[in-house]
Design a protein around this ligand. Structure first.
Ligand SMILES: C[S@@+](CC[C@H](N)C(=O)[O-])C[C@H]1O[C@@H](n2cnc3c(N)ncnc32)[C@H](O)[C@@H]1O
Length: 354
């Protein structure tokens, strides 16, 4: 899975456990339990819910996230011709590199990948469109390419900048692997979260993990967006971002607009229960979220899930000459999961005790 800021990799078991607790149907006694993950990102939470037996719809505004959702959530691993996929991946791995947009923009004008890997990414990306039989096939091959590119990049996990000195992993030769697809059915979608909530079919559980500050995912992961779209956009700045990064702004990245968008979402989303991830480093206050959920959804439980001390707080802040400067504003950040709707208090108590 790709490196992704705000990914809930370590929280997936807690979120899935809460979803199961508020949704007894997941045991299969009364039909299939349904869930949606409205800011799906890497789709890790969607994958956890799918593995637990939910029929999941994974939605996100990002094109790369839709590709991951198509591969991991929509695709039923039992229906995939695995030998055919393995054959195509071997074929892509055997291709000779060729100069193209990725080599020029991300390896020569910037240093996100070693040029030899950039040339192979260019060759593989062109070939995927030529050999994919349908959108499922294309999503599986693109997922393999994104994950392989992520293993040889030279960043800290954000594409706002690349490292001054090449990351050791960037010297490895890029190699695609078959993604670990999951059995079962699901759906993928690429919509604005609020538009999705207005048009969705009712589900048992909706999981909401919106961005929590001004940093745009479209800018932070512009390379994944460009590799998937394959549209050779005009690039700007040292980071060689897509020119549309200047125009594409999520309401959730705006201090002035985020609360209104989130309130509307909470009131509109068609789900019996809602689970929300929250960090106290963001635009929203914990008490405001709890009050909003109580008002819109009734029962609310708040489960503390992580509390981290900043590295900067432990070691202090230094200027380039090595002198200690400035003061650390706060030393820890706290993360919570809210669960709201019928049965939330019982589920929350059980999760807090665990
Ligand atoms: C905190 S991340 C979600 C991480 C995800 N839970 C995971 O574990 O990978 C927030 C996501 O919201 C998406 N996003 C931002 N604004 C959006 C909007 N208006 N509608 C839909 N998705 C949006 C971003 O592309 C990003 O993937």
């Amino acid at each position: 899975m790709i490196k992704y800021i705000g990914s809930k990799r370590t929280l997936v078991p807690r979120i899935v456990e809460l979803a199961r607790a508020v949704c007894p149907r997941v045991e299969g006694k009364r039909g299939i339990a349904t869930a949606c993950d409205i800011f799906a990102g890497t789709t890790r939470v969607s994958q956890g819910l799918k593995n637990a037996g939910f029929h999941v719809t994974a939605n996100d505004a990002a094109t790369y996230s839709e590709v991951l959702a198509t591969a991991y959530v929509e695709t039923d691993a039992r229906r995939v011709r695995k030998r055919e996929i393995a054959r195509k991946i071997a074929h892509l791995n055997a291709l000779r590199g060729r100069d193209g947009y990725v080599t020029r923009t991300f390896c020569e004008e910037a240093r996100y990948f070693q040029p030899a890997n950039g040339r192979r990414i260019d060759a593989m990306r062109d070939e995927i469109d030529a050999i994919a039989d349908d959108r499922i096939d294309r999503a599986i091959l693109l997922t393999a390419l994104l994950e392989a590119a992520d293993r040889v990049d030279s960043t800290t996990g954000l594409q706002m900048a690349y490292l001054k000195a090449w990351a050791p992993r960037s010297f490895n030769s890029i190699e695609l692997r078959t993604p670990a697809l999951i059995p079962g059915r699901g759906a993928s979608s690429r919509m604005d979260a609020n538009a999705f909530a207005r048009s969705m079919a009712e589900v048992d559980v909706a999981y909401l993990d919106p961005p929590y500050n001004q940093h745009s995912y479209h800018s932070n992961y512009h390379i994944w967006e460009t590799i998937v779209r394959h549209d050779s956009p005009e690039a700007y700045g040292v980071a060689r971002k897509r020119s549309d990064c200047r125009a594409i702004k999520s309401a959730y990245n705006s201090r002035g607009r985020a609360w209104e968008a989130f309130s509307e979402l909470i009131h509109t989303v068609r789900a019996r229960n809602v689970i929300v991830s929250f960090s106290d480093e963001g635009f929203f206050a914990r008490d405001d979220i709890a009050a909003l959920l109580r008002d819109a959804r009734g029962e609310v439980a708040t489960i503390p899930v992580a509390s981290r001390r900043y590295v900067g707080a432990r070691i202090g802040i230094y200027n380039p000459s090595g002198d200690k400067v400035g003061r650390v504003s706060h030393v820890t950040n706290h993360e919570f999961i809210f669960v709201a709707g019928p049965g939330a208090l019982v589920a929350g108590r059980a999760a807090s005790a665990a």
